[in-house]
Design a protein around this ligand. Structure first.
Ligand SMILES: Cc1cc2nc3c(=O)[nH]c(=O)nc-3n(C[C@H](O)[C@H](O)[C@H](O)COP(=O)(O)OP(=O)(O)OC[C@H]3O[C@@H](n4cnc5c(N)ncnc54)[C@H](O)[C@@H]3O)c2cc1C
Length: 172
């Protein structure tokens, strides 16, 4: 199910967000928790994407489990950190293959100790570029969500500039 379809009902919606567990005990606890929360009827359950390494694969695994084993609508987070457009395309194909149709497209944070985000060669500088890429490559197959910051993103030069960028994001 696409979240955009659910939101067309125009009614308040709740969702839950989890990070992929790191241990077998954590996996069992998340699975149990998801089943306990299911009767509350969340519009979707989102699963975060790590800064790098093998943990990232777990986002795909858990989005698929939420969707296909638990029977809730999954929203998979995806960031531009450390990935070229080609690598991101590959991840998106994996989501399409397991039936996940909702992507939270984000830029990601600079590495610890650095205040400046540096894209990899062939990668993206801003979340809006990732959104435009998803649209260009996959049409409207995915509902694409993004992050907004009511208090302004910490790197934004001003609240007005941040709002302008958020708008670019939304139409990107
Ligand atoms: C709901 C939510 C979920 C998140 N989940 C994750 C997650 O799973 N994993 C993770 O690593 N991080 C996650 N984050 C954190 C996020 O990656 C960081 O907050 C990151 O610093 C910014 O990401 P963004 O997608 O908002 O970036 P962007 O929208 O790219 O914005 C980043 C900065 O660049 C500016 N900007 C944007 N476009 C332009 C432009 N064209 N020109 C100049 N400046 C521009 C913006 O104003 C902002 O200051 C999440 C954040 C939110 C709000």
């Amino acid at each position: 199910m696409k979240v955009s379809t659910l939101l067309q009902k125009g009614q308040p919606a709740i969702s839950f967000e989890f990070f992929p567990p790191k241990t077998p005990q954590g996996e069992a606890a998340l699975f149990r928790t998801l089943h306990e929360l299911k009767p509350l009827g969340p519009a979707f359950v989102s699963i975060t994407y790590g800064a790098g390494g093998s943990e990232r694969h777990k986002t795909i695994v858990w989005a698929a489990r939420i969707q296909n084993e638990v029977g809730l609508t999954a929203m998979a987070h995806l960031t531009c950190v450390g990935s070229s457009a080609e690598e991101l395309r590959d991840v998106l194909y994996q989501y399409a293959q397991v039936g996940v149709r909702n992507i939270m497209a984000l830029r990601g944070d600079p590495p610890k100790g650095s205040s400046c985000f540096e894209p990899v060669a062939g990668g993206f500088r801003y979340a809006s570029e990732l959104v435009a890429f998803i649209r260009a490559e996959f049409g409207d197959y995915f509902t694409v969500a993004g992050g907004g910051y009511p208090e302004g993103h910490p790197e934004a030069v001003s609240l007005e500039a941040d709002l302008h960028n958020l708008r670019t994001y939304a139409v990107g």
